[in-house]
Design a protein around this ligand. Structure first.
Ligand SMILES: Cc1cc2nc3c(=O)[nH]c(=O)nc-3n(C[C@H](O)[C@H](O)[C@H](O)COP(=O)(O)OP(=O)(O)OC[C@H]3O[C@@H](n4cnc5c(N)ncnc54)[C@H](O)[C@@H]3O)c2cc1C
Length: 402
């Protein structure tokens, strides 16, 4: 077993670390200033576009996408790079055109889109010219069971007509979000896993209303396009906007979520590394009761535990990436679910300790920790709640003994 990165990964890691130091970290205070000055509160600050241009010039672009349409890296090669971008979660993934939900949507279009769909939507996404959204969750049904999704997609001549209500649709408040991949029911009478389909809906189609931004713990996440409630009222699109065929929605959703989950986990490890660094620096710099806070045994316990937990987690994520590359996403199903369960709770624990170590400052807007904590906490819902992953993982485990 070889734990070293290969030459291509090492080369890209070097370039990316240099880009983080020379461009991303210095842009963080600029980003914060520009956030407050934006004319449209849902547009990312202009510094993001400047970083995108620079990253693309350096070849640090679309690293997430395997195959001919992207940088062609394996999951194992991309994992350590995604981790580095996670250290600046608002800036680095967007700068490299590697931000969710566009990444998953580009994968869907690359894998399942027709030539015409790829030309119209994948290419501008690959070029970073537009953004996109993935609309599955609905306020009116328990959406963690995808079979419940009730939005209707009805065939009418050469068109499909879409009616339903979605919420928490990430990125949709951004006016540059030009295309929605919408999941809904084409045949309520088919067997449960063949009722759903996915269809492409351009933002400017009559009947589509982006109604409001949903907050998470009070944050509007406006810098990456928020999370919108979206209403589809008799929205009519050409029949060729359907992805693959009627009834394929469930299978496409499954294919989309494998890479999406591992990308979240990789970036989250970067967040945890940043939290450990912040915890160490802060506790070394302040004293209570005659010694540095870092000298207190309980704080050293947090630091040591954080290091142990993150090393365990990284090994599991890298093993999962390797399995996805070697036996495919289906073969790696148990490990993908394991990292989806393990990562948010581990990183949440580390952020909690880093916040505690900062005192009140840790809860404030002057440090990134509180917002990072809120973001990580949402990952225990996004892409499916922990309980649903545990249920399915346990079923597979039990099957061995039945
Ligand atoms: C920040 C954020 C961004 C999001 N972005 C998107 C997006 O871009 N597009 C999109 O479509 N959706 C998005 N979502 C929605 C997310 O995918 C859903 O919230 C999630 O799938 C759960 O669905 P639900 O909210 O309807 O919860 P419900 O289905 O109502 O479930 C509620 C709770 O029931 C429990 N539960 C459910 N099933 C079981 C079980 N089998 N065993 C035990 N307990 C169970 C779980 O604790 C679960 O949290 C986002 C959510 C958040 C918070």
């Amino acid at each position: 077993m070889d734990f070293a990165f290969d030459a291509r990964t090492e080369e890209l890691r070097g370039q990316l670390l240099e880009f983080m130091d020379s461009h991303i970290y210095p842009a963080e205070p600029v980003f914060e200033e520009q956030l407050a000055e934006r004319e449209n509160p849902w547009l990312p600050p202009p510094v993001v576009d400047e970083l995108k241009a620079e990253a693309r010039k350096r070849g640090l672009w679309n690293l997430f996408l395997p195959g001919e349409h992207g940088a062609g890296l394996t999951n194992l090669q991309y994992a350590p790079l995604a981790e580095i971008t996670g250290r600046s979660p608002h800036l680095a993934p967007a700068a490299l055109n590697c931000a969710a939900p566009d990444t998953g949507n580009m994968e869907v279009l690359a894998q399942f889109g027709t030539e015409a769909q790829r030309k119209q939507w994948l290419q501008p996404l690959l070029d970073g010219e537009i953004r996109s959204a993935f609309a599955m969750t609905e306020p009116d049904v328990a959406s963690s069971d995808a079979r419940n999704i009730a939005t209707s997609i009805r065939r009418d001549g050469d068109s499909y007509v879409i009616t339903g209500r979605k919420w928490y649709i990430t990125g949709a408040m951004n006016p540059n979000c030009a295309i929605f991949i919408v999941m809904g029911k084409t045949d309520p009478d088919a067997e449960p896993h063949r009722q759903q389909s996915m269809i492409l809906v351009p933002r400017d189609t009559p009947g589509l209303t982006v109604k409001r931004g949903m907050k998470v713990f009070g944050y509007d996440d406006s810098s990456h396009g928020g999370h919108a409630e979206v209403v589809f009222d008799e929205v009519r699109v050409p029949a060729e906007n359907l992805l693959v065929e009627e009834g394929a929605g469930f299978a496409i959703a499954q294919a989309r979520l494998g890479p999406g989950r591992i990308h979240h986990c990789m970036r989250s490890i970067g967040i945890a590394e940043r939290a450990i660094e912040a915890m160490c620096r802060r506790t070394l710099s302040r004293s209570t009761f005659g010694k540095a806070i870092a000298e207190q045994g309980v704080v050293q316990d947090w630091i040591a535990e954080s290091r142990v937990r993150i090393e365990q987690l990284r090994l599991l994520v890298l093993k999962t990436a390797w399995l996805m590359d070697t036996i495919g996403n289906r073969g790696a199903h148990t490990e993908i679910q394991a990292i989806k369960i393990a990562t948010p709770r581990t990183v949440e624990w580390i952020l909690d300790k880093a916040i505690q170590a900062h005192g009140a400052g840790g809860l404030s807007q002057d440090f990134p920790l509180a917002e990072m904590w809120a973001g990580i906490r949402t990952l225990r819902f996004a892409d499916g709640p922990d309980e649903v992953h545990k249920r399915s993982l346990a079923h597979r485990e039990l099957r061995k003994y039945k």
